[in-house]
Design a protein around this ligand. Structure first.
Ligand SMILES: Cc1cc2nc3c(=O)[nH]c(=O)nc-3n(C[C@H](O)[C@H](O)[C@H](O)COP(=O)(O)O)c2cc1C
Ligand SMILES: C=C(O[C@@H]1CC(C(=O)O)=C[C@@H](OP(=O)(O)O)[C@H]1O)C(=O)O
Length: 390
């Protein structure tokens, strides 16, 4: 499968076209909307999220609730568009009209794509950069991930996520019984954290940062269970699934690091405390005593749950202004802000789940076929049995 997204943060809509989805998958707008709603939520979001009510329109590739195998088009409207129509219109305008409507952005915001994108594409108005670099785009990336989740679920693979850390407040490890339990518990917390006492501290930290005109980042974790052995491949670098997942997570706006399993902690441990010993029994087939490597060896899945963590930097737009330079006058200025999220880590944990789901679903189809869901499901079932007896 592959997809392209298009659309600006304050334009009329975001669009994704997904190609290569197998035929015969039951897919409704509700399946997508559940994830869109989760992405909009979370403690620390700003005023924009009070304007938007993200709902998908499925405009192609699905008939009577079933995918046809044709490209699927997802559209999510920007409700805020009505406030930006004059600024964001596509039709040519005269210089005089431009003078009236254009809120030209000449002051690059530190931590954003503004200055680099302007220099690269030659834009004196950095709105041409910021509109597309905005994390608003993750709306339709999540729509694609939601589709991937439906496909994975049809093959008994589940994806869930939660928040491990915000602004230095770390969650204690909490036991959960499977991914449904993990997800249910995360949903009861406004910061999507399983540790109730850490949740409260995280919210307090967000309030404090907001009060101080500052912002916070954190760490999110995505877990995938029911993964068959052998998704991805060791034979070529660009087929290694851990590499693809790392790239997908790093591509989420504001993500600055990715870990799989022990991740960076592996650097400080001896091999005997990093590798996962192999066991076998007739009921479960090959298993590992531990899952320190987060479900990957050789770029392929081991059959153990995938454990992927991502680090999000603090939101760059601050009410406490950072210094920058006006590109017209070259004079220094302190950036002013109209609105911004103070912390989007809980929302980003949903984005992380969905981009991981997408990569796993693509690897699943690469291994088991792309055309008809029932054929893929049968192939997955056969493979699970064969791997057990191998
Ligand atoms: C869900 C989500 C919401 C975000 N909201 C904001 C925001 O309100 N204000 C802001 O300055 N950055 C926000 N960001 C981060 C910026 O989009 C990001 O830092 C910027 O595009 C620069 O990209 P980079 O940090 O990956 O280099 C958000 C990111 C995500 C994932
Ligand atoms: C719109 C979304 O997030 C936006 C991401 C974002 C940024 O710079 O990335 C900046 C803010 O946009 P605005 O300047 O319009 O308030 C966020 O609200 C969203 O997540 O749907």
């Amino acid at each position: 499968m592959r997809f392209l997204t298009a659309g600006e943060s304050h334009g009329p809509q975001l669009t994704a076209i997904v190609e290569g989805v197998p035929a015969g998958l039951t897919l409704t707008a509700d399946d997508i909307n559940v994830e869109l709603k989760r992405r909009q939520g979370g403690y620390g979001r700003g005023r924009r999220m009070q304007i938007e009510r993200d709902q998908v329109q499925i405009l192609s590739g699905v008939r009577h609730g079933l995918t046809t195998g044709a490209p699927i088009t997802f559209v999510v409207e920007n409700k805020d568009w009505r406030n930006w129509q004059d600024v964001m219109g596509a039709a040519p305008i005269t210089e005089e009209e431009a003078g009236k409507v254009r809120r030209q952005v000449t002051r690059p915001r530190p931590g954003h794509a503004d200055l680099n994108g302007a220099v690269k594409y030659g834009h004196r108005d950095m709105r041409n950069v910021l509109e597309r670099s905005s994390a608003r785009e993750t709306t339709v990336r999540v729509a694609c991930g939601a589709l991937a989740k439906v496909l994975l679920r049809a093959c008994d693979i589940e994806v869930a996520g939660h928040v491990l850390e915000i602004g230095g407040v770390q969650a204690q490890a909490v036991h959960y019984d499977g991914l449904a339990d993990l997800q249910a518990r995360a949903e009861t917390s406004a910061v999507r954290c399983l540790d109730v006492s850490a949740s409260a501290k995280m919210m307090a930290a967000i309030d404090e940062a907001k009060q101080a005109g500052d912002s916070l980042g954190g760490i999110v974790e995505t877990v995938v269970s029911g993964v068959p052995i052998g998704l991805g491949s060791h034979v070529h670098y660009d087929r290694k699934l851990d590499g693809k997942i790392a790239g997908a997570v790093m591509s989420i706006n504001a993500f600055k690091g990715v870990e799989i399993g022990l991740g960076f902690a592996a650097a400080r441990l001896p091999g005997s405390e990093v590798h996962d010993e192999i066991i076998w029994d007739a009921e479960n087939g090959y298993m590992r005593k531990t899952n320190r490597l987060g479900g990957f060896e050789g770029g392929m899945t081991t059959g153990m749950p995938l454990v992927v963590r991502g680090v999000m930097k603090p939101i760059p737009t601050l009410y406490k202004p950072l210094q920058s330079v006006d590109i017209e006058t070259k004079a220094p200025f302190a950036a002013s802000v109209e609105r911004s999220d103070a912390c989007a880590v809980p929302a980003a944990s949903v984005v992380c789940e969905n981009v991981v789901a997408w990569e796993v679903a693509c690897a699943l189809l690469d291994m088991f076929g792309h055309d008809q869901l029932s054929i893929i499901q049968a192939a997955v079932k056969r493979h699970r049995q064969a791997a057990k007896e191998f």
